[in-house]
Ligand binder design. Sequence first.
Ligand code: CMP
Length: 384
Amino acid sequence: MTHAPSGARSLLADPTHRTRFDRASKLVAAVGIVVLSLDTWARSSGVSSALVDEALIAIWFLFLIEIPVRWRADRHGQPPYPRTPGALFDALAVALPLTGLLARLSARDVVLLCGIWVLKFTRESTALRLLGRVLAHTGRNLLSVMSVFGVVLFLAALLVHVVERDHQPERFGSIPEALWWATATLTTTGYGDAVPASLPGRILAGLVMVAGIALFALWAGILASGFADEIRRRDFLRNWQMVARVPIFAGLDAQTLAEIVRVLRHRRVAAGAVICRQGEPGEQMFFVAEGEVAVATSPPVLLGPGDFFGELALITGEPRAVSVRASTEVSLLLLDISDFRMLMAQDDKAAVTIRAEAERRLAALPRGAARASEALPSAPLSRP
Ligand code: CMP
């Protein structure tokens, strides 16, 4: 869907404005949540205020206006707004309280329906998206642990019913009743409303608790390794795409390229932030994947996508020669000193390019010409 340029579009086309708009929307949602929570408290004390209703109605209207504003700001290359999870949350934020009103629910219940506004906080949540992918990949393993959980749960209920039914028929007289105890014990919640009285019952309780801990540890382990795999996969993919924009890596053989992609780290830096400061020790070099940085030479030099900087400190072992600042928001790939040495040792072409550029830059620095010949080792750097 294409739109003519509009106020909303130009407002949200700027990433900074978009971030501010998202923050404002979350702030309004937070105010709404606090107001409705306080309202339940006030009502339980027998107080109700028209001010609360007015505040919630005002927030509802803001959320109503938010939908066309976001829709008109649809960006080229991004999924259309109506197809994003955020659009669904925005629609629910408006539709649910409205449905409550149309269904003639009491004011108390309509206020509670506004609790759906809490979903506004998940709009940009990468954690939720990540969790979705982790669940999709590890679902089968999680389900198999779940089935063991079900088996243990049933056996625990059956056994406790057998050993406790004569002592406490009101709590353990049937398997469905015993299942409540089994669930509370296997999840190690332990409400304490049903407690085995016999010795075999207590031994069983201990075993069920230990089984519960083991099963949850298994679940946690599957989820944790699923998260780690997913993050590694995501970083690898993103780095791979970014490395494609850096000409120096173009000639690398597949194995070295994969190795470099694995060790590169990605960092996004806000416009204006200092990336390296003159005089500080340098432990990494940087490749610009997106955006622009300004090297504080005289006159300043601008480096853009595909360029690199920060190599001098790694080659010479001296502090940073000049400061480098992000002149726009910038996406960088970071290479640590040990991996830099690996790159220089494994790829002659990259080493020659980096060294030639380093020599040129050193010579251009005020004291560089003097330092260049003594500081730059003539042989390519090898592994430590
Ligand atoms: P380093 O000294 O580690 O940190 C600052 C970096 O600025 C330096 O490495 C170079 O990569 C970079 N730099 C210095 N002089 C120039 C220049 N004339 N042109 C581009 N980059 C430079």
